[in-house]
Design a protein around this ligand. Structure first.
Ligand SMILES: [Fe+2]
Length: 187
């Protein structure tokens, strides 16, 4: 399943991309400098995915699914926990033991989020929400994705939006979130 479908297909495709990033990182030796790059990429993808879910998926869950408020609140708490780990990962060097410990915890936490959504939340929403609304939400998420930064770090030369927002010492997670949510909803 790739990108281009309704909100559930779109977010499921994100999940597979994140799975692939974890796999890539696990396959690299500790000292490989690509691990930092992949950790930053993972941070960008996870923050972007979380913002998309918060702005488009959970409001629909709250609106259409019985008990949707509780389901959405649980997912929001999971996102906060993932971002706490991402902030810590950001400050670790890939050769630190803590980097691998955090990466393992992050992988477990993200896998649990993915299972929860794909096995429980997505089927409930698919049953309760009109197909046209699911399609429209998929389109809106893709619009936001097109406008999102393509690189997570300020040192990347071809990422003007990130360059503008990231101050020295600032958290990449918080600034990505600010940038993504600050864009508002696409018209
Ligand atoms: Fe998700």
């Amino acid at each position: 399943m790739g990108h281009g479908g309704n909100v559930i297909e779109e977010l499921t495709a994100d999940h597979r991309e994140v799975d692939a990033l974890f796999e890539k990182m696990n396959g690299l030796p500790t000292a490989d400098p690509k691990r930092r790059e992949l950790a930053d990429r993972l941070t960008l993808e996870l923050v972007r995915h979380s913002v998309a879910e918060e702005e488009y998926l959970y409001p629909a869950v709250r609106r259409y699914v019985d008990g949707g408020d509780d389901l959405a609140d649980k997912e929001l708490a999971d996102h906060a926990e993932v971002e706490r780990m991402l902030r810590e990962l950001e400050s670790c060097r890939p050769v630190d033991d803590r980097f691998d410990t955090l990466l393992a915890h992050l992988k477990t936490s993200v896998a649990s989020h993915v299972q929860d959504e794909e096995n429980r939340l997505f089927p409930l929403l698919a049953d309760a929400c009109p197909a046209t609304a699911l399609d429209e939400l998929g389109e809106r998420i893709r619009s936001v994705k097109k406008a999102a930064p393509t690189r997570p770090h300020p040192s990347a030369p071809d990422s003007p939006p990130a360059n503008k927002i990231l101050a020295p010492g600032a958290s990449m997670v918080d600034h990505l979130r600010e940038l993504l949510t600050g864009r508002g909803h696409p018209s």
